[in-house]
Design a protein around this ligand. Sequence first.
Ligand SMILES: [Zn+2]
Length: 468
Amino acid sequence: MIPQCTARDLAEPSGAVTVYRAAWVMPMNGAPIANGAVAVAGDRITFVGSAAGAPPGLVVDLGDAALMPGLVNVHTHLELTPLRHLLEGLDFAQWIRTLTTLRRTALSDTTDLQVGARIGIAEGLLRGITTFADTSDTAAPVQSALQSMGARGIVYKEVFGPDPLQCDTSLALLREAVRELRHGASDAVRVGVSPHAPYSVSKALFGAVAGFAIGEQLPMAVHLAESAFEEELVTRGTGPYADNWRSRDIDPAGARARSSVALLHDAGALRARPLIIHAVRVDADDIALLAAAGCAVAHCPVSNARFGHGIAPVQAMLDAGLAVGIGTDSVASNNRMDLLDEARVAHLMACTQTQSWRAFPASRALWHCTTGGAQALRLWPKLGTLDVGAPADLCAFPLDGLAALPLADVSDALVHGIAGSAARLTVASGVVKVRDGTLIERTQHTDDRARLRVIGDRLLAARRRLAD
Ligand SMILES: [Zn+2]
């Protein structure tokens, strides 16, 4: 039963208390609560428990639904949203080359990048995602998109430079970019740095950026141990990336390290406790190094599968005590942004990898989409659980669809049954963003969709020219 309140009432936070009731409340720091409620005042949670004990307030009855913390997507590239479906049928090296070319020649306008980021955030909000940990080259368009849409996140500014001689220049550019980004930052939308990957960053630059991040108390993220091509470059100085370096008069210098993780360790970059994006090609020694340094991992199973990179050894990481969150990566490699679907794939791949039906069960996978993600981003205990005093970031999914019935276990239903469904409710910082699978703010979104079609046509034409 929907209460007598309008979308406008729901969209504007006030000092009044709103009580969200649902058949199931999933606090993530305790057992699911049947016939539960979460009360919100302003941008904070003020009550979590049985609906019978909820304080008075404007009641929003979500009916047969599961209400839980807003989902935390620990790895996105929001500005690349317009490249969805345009990079199919390419191996990883070709994919990166084509993406880089299209990005430079046909997706460089700041407004277009903002449109792409807003469309990506809208897609996430519609799937219950309220926190986005995003890495990007330009960063500012994503930052302004997160701020304007009231979503939460970390904007990791990427830095590149495979030639050690570029190190000082790259670091100076990063310092300047961070200085600018700090003007647009807030408690909800933070600034971070990301030395991109071992095939695009020198060992010297890894060390220098880590020192900068530590000194400035900035979170750091690195794409690492993702592909066989990367491993070949790092451990033998051969392969397509090494060829690319030589064509640019950069010496791959033979074996740089035993592994990509060892390269970061040798560079002193693990001191910054980076978020390690992917971590597919890691062994027990690598995992021990990451755990000892206090790093966290962004697990992106669909993107890794799409390129044939392999399956990250999640169970071994968890056994070592690493914080692990789940990320979708960009829609240029995933095609969709749906964290429940990502959790389902993470569960199935963990079972396949370990040949055990017990691996990474649905309840665990769901936890990694919320609390685990917040821990990986070091935003916990503020985020990721329904708790009194926590920011009011919530999402709810319907449990009355056929795929959820009969309801035996709520976590199983969410991960195995209704992944792919639109959220019945998404609330970010106390403000309703999605209701019954529809964005509350329609005007900007309608304009963005129209602009995305124009951007998409331009990119498709550029892609066809590249293929000729
Ligand atoms: Zn990525």
